[in-house]
Design a protein around this ligand. Sequence first.
Ligand code: UDP
Length: 194
Amino acid sequence: MKTTLLGAPIDTLTMEESVEKVAGFIKSGQPHRVLTLNPEFLYRAQFDPELMEFARRAALVTPDGIGIVWACRMAGRRVVERVTGIDLMLSLVHRAANEGWRVYLLGAAPGVSEEAAGRLCQGYPGLQVAGTHQGYFSDEEAAGVAEIVRQTRPQLIFVALGAPKQEQWIDRYLEQTGASVAVGVGGSFDVIAG
Ligand code: UDP
């Protein structure tokens, strides 16, 4: 189910339902964008049509803020949970380890994505990390990064470049990577790497 809040579509789902939806995207083999919508992004989207387009083009928009959750509950009258980038990432990694999905970690300062991948492999045995790449590259290098990602054949990409840079990269390059799902996860790699 979907609702609309200040012009942005939001999927009124629980975490479990959101993960199930992503599983369907991965099975389809077609590219899908996932946006965790926080209040700051929704506010900025009121004045920035590009950001609103990212929300409209996403195959899944999760409510990432308690105010957004409340608004969804009132509009949709059903159970909705806050689904943040880090929580969604950890739930998806858990599922990925069970399903054998190949995941890629793109973003954060040099060394952080490798560290985060190492921690995740410890916490979720069997997790297949296709690769990692740091997040400080120029606009000229962005397409080359997509090509590096493509060569590792990931199915699910976590992009931690901060908003809205990560959404811009996903919008532009997801198809080129050949992956079925890309999720912008903000500062999650820093949190996981500790
Ligand atoms: N980052 C990056 N490349 C950049 C700018 C930021 O990889 O050009 C990373 C940064 O190291 C951090 C994350 O993106 O890991 C942004 O985290 P933040 O919590 O600021 O994201 P937000 O919650 O604002 O989306």
